[in-house]
Design a protein around this ligand. Structure first.
Ligand SMILES: [Zn+2]
Length: 228
C-alpha cells in the first residue's frame, strides 16, 4: 500500500471495528433467549404515570442501579411533565401506551373508541419524545373484549404486555415499602421471565421507596433486567 493511504486506512479500520462492536451491543441489549434459556430475566413495568412526585424518583433509582424499565403512559398526565417523559426516553427506558385518561367506560365503549384511545396516547408520546411506541398494556386488564382488542392492536404492530407478578401497590391498601418488596419476591417466585407490575402515579411514593430493595433483591438472585 502506498504510504499516503496507510493512515486513512488505519483510521477507517478502527472506525469500522468500533461500529461493529457498538452494533453488536445494540443487538444484544435485550437478552436473546436462544442459548440463554437458564438466564433469569425480569421486566420492571410501571403503569399510570408520568407523575411529578414518583416518576422522577423512580428514574433516579433506575439510574443509580443501572437498570432499564418499561413505562406505560397515561397521556392526559403528560401536560406539564413533558421533560419527565423525555427523560424516560433519553435514559434508555421503553415508553408504551396505556391510555389517554384511564377511564374504562370511555376506553372500552366501542372498537372505534378503543382505537382512538390507543392512537391518542401514542400521538402524545410521539409528539413529546419522537418515540413511536410499540408496546401496549390494557388499563384494568382489558375487560370482556380483550381478545378482540388484542388482535386489533397486533394488526397495528403493537406487542401487548401483561404481567405475572405484582409489587402489591394497587392490591394491598397502604402497603409499606417493606411489604411491596416482599410481595414482589413472593409473586415472582417460579416465573420465567418475571414481568413485574408497579405504578408510578402520584400516590405511589412507597413504590419508589421500595424500588432500590426490589432491584437489589432480584440482582442478588441473579436476574438480568430487560425492557420490551
Ligand atoms: Zn393502569
Amino acid at each position: 500500500m502506498h504510504k499516503k493511504y496507510l493512515l486513512p486506512t488505519l483510521v477507517l479500520t478502527a472506525l469500522f471495528t468500533l461500529l461493529a462492536a457498538l452494533g453488536y451491543r445494540a443487538m444484544t441489549r435485550v437478552a436473546p433467549t436462544i442459548g440463554l434459556a437458564a438466564e433469569k430475566r425480569i421486566y420492571l413495568t410501571f403503569d399510570d404515570g408520568p407523575s411529578t412526585a414518583v416518576t422522577e424518583r423512580v428514574l433516579d433509582v433506575l439510574k443509580e442501579e443501572g437498570v432499564k424499565a418499561t413505562f406505560f403512559i397515561v397521556s392526559d398526565r403528560v401536560a406539564g411533565r413533558e421533560s419527565t417523559l423525555r427523560r424516560i426516553a433519553a435514559e434508555g427506558h421503553t415508553l408504551g401506551v396505556h391510555s389517554v385518561n384511564h377511564v374504562y367506560a370511555q376506553i372500552y365503549a366501542s372498537e372505534e373508541a378503543f382505537l382512538e384511545d390507543v392512537a391518542g396516547c401514542a400521538a402524545v408520546i410521539r409528539r413529546v419524545t419522537g418515540v413511536e411506541p410499540h408496546v401496549y398494556r390494557f388499563p384494568g386488564g382489558g375487560g370482556k373484549n380483550r381478545a378482540r382488542y388484542k388482535a386489533l392492536l397486533e394488526e397495528r404492530g403493537y406487542e401487548v404486555v401483561a404481567w405475572n407478578a405484582v409489587c402489591g401497590d394497587e392490591e394491598i391498601p397502604h402497603a409499606s415499602a417493606e411489604t411491596l418488596v416482599r410481595e414482589s419476591l413472593e409473586t415472582a417466585r417460579g416465573k420465567q421471565p418475571v414481568v413485574l407490575l408497579l405504578h408510578d402515579s402520584a400516590h405511589h411514593r412507597e413504590t419508589a421507596a421500595a424500588l432500590p430493595d426490589i432491584i437489589r433483591r432480584f440482582k442478588e438472585q441473579g436476574y438480568v433486567f430487560c425492557v420490551f
